[in-house]
Ligand binder design. Structure first.
Ligand code: R1P
Length: 307
């Protein structure tokens, strides 16, 4: 939406209440949401819907598809990549959805130890953030000084936040209907603010001071099995909605299924056939989990659609 069509500089919406970046208004988005990065993935997920009631690609590339699954309203929102896009999505959708929300992220990830393998599925029961510490690079400590630069570290690792226990239980139960038990892992996902340096990838063009990053992050913490880039912002905002909101109607509950696309330890990648299969089984499991978790829709304009 062009900037000249927005009202309210502090939470921009257009004259009909559409948000600035996702471009959705009240009635466009359901309370049960699957969020993905890739719009093509969102389109594939939408093939499982019984009917599509709303579809819109925003000028910033957020694709929202709302339809019915087992007769209940669900939305699929493709957001692109990174913390900022997850923040745009959650805040703008929360602003136009009434009642409690259940959000499951379906993403891809890299696994960090010899297992899980590419094509395995990780349910992130907990997440943490890894962020580049700009101060370390912009005003570097004297690394050759006694003490090696003091306390300042090149990367910041946050504390962890839990997924919603009930939603995660439904997600795991439904995944196990389609995926062998030894291919489903439950573990902690590290959400990095960048794909390269903050995930310990070496780049000869920059000194990122990350040669020991993966070892430091995972030392003594074998449950830290995956890297991706969005789940922690989702869990963090969901937690903030629970502890700081004055209303139960504003609560967001979140969970996440991650398709292992690459294994960093073994330098292995998923095949096209495996990624297609992973997407198919995750699609069924996630939609069924959302329906099991919230079998009726409460407090939304979708009540009227269903009457
Ligand atoms: C990086 O290639 C992207 O893939 C992963 C990361 O989180 C990042 O967004 O997830 P998606 O496949 O969901 O985009």
């Amino acid at each position: 939406m062009p900037i000249n069509q927005i009202h309210d500089a502090n939470f921009p919406v257009d004259s009909e209440g559409r948000t600035y970046h996702v471009e959705v208004r009240r009635g466009d988005v359901a309370n049960r949401i699957v969020t993905v990065g890739d719009p093509a993935r969102a389109k594939l997920l939408a093939e499982s819907l019984d009917a599509i009631l709303f579809e819109h690609m925003s000028h910033r590339g957020f694709l929202t598809i709302t339809g019915l699954y087992c007769g209940l309203p669900v939305s699929i929102v493709a957001i692109g990549m990174g913390f900022a896009n997850m923040d745009f999505f959650i805040r703008e959708v929360r602003a136009v959805v009434d009642g409690p929300m259940a959000v499951i992220r379906l993403g891809s990830c890299g696994s960090l130890s010899p297992l899980p393998n590419p094509s395995d599925i990780i349910v992130a029961d907990r997440t943490y953030a890894i962020t580049r510490n700009f101060g370390f690079f912009d005003a570097p400590p004297a690394l050759d000084a006694p003490g090696g630069g003091g306390e300042i570290q090149p990367y910041l690792v946050s504390s962890t936040v839990d997924a919603d226990a009930k939603l995660t239980r439904h997600l795991i139960d439904n995944l196990l209907k389609w995926v062998p038990k030894d291919k489903v892992y439950v573990g902690t996902a590290g959400s990095a603010d960048t794909f390269y340096a903050s995930q310990g990838r070496k780049d000869p063009n920059f000194n990122d001071h990350n040669q020991d990053l993966i070892t430091q992050i995972t030392k003594g913490q074998p449950e830290r099995i995956a890297f991706e880039m969005e789940a922690h912002m989702l869990y963090h905002l969901a937690r903030c909605s629970q502890i700081f909101s004055s209303s139960q109607d504003k609560v967001i509950r979140a969970s996440c299924a991650l398709m292992v696309y690459i294994n960093r330890a073994g330098n292995a990648t998923i095949t096209p056939q495996q990624s297609k299969h992973s997407l198919e089984v995750c699609t069924k499991a996630i939609f069924d989990a959302l329906v099991d978790d919230m079998p009726t829709q409460k407090g939304s304009v979708w009540d009227k659609v269903l009457d």
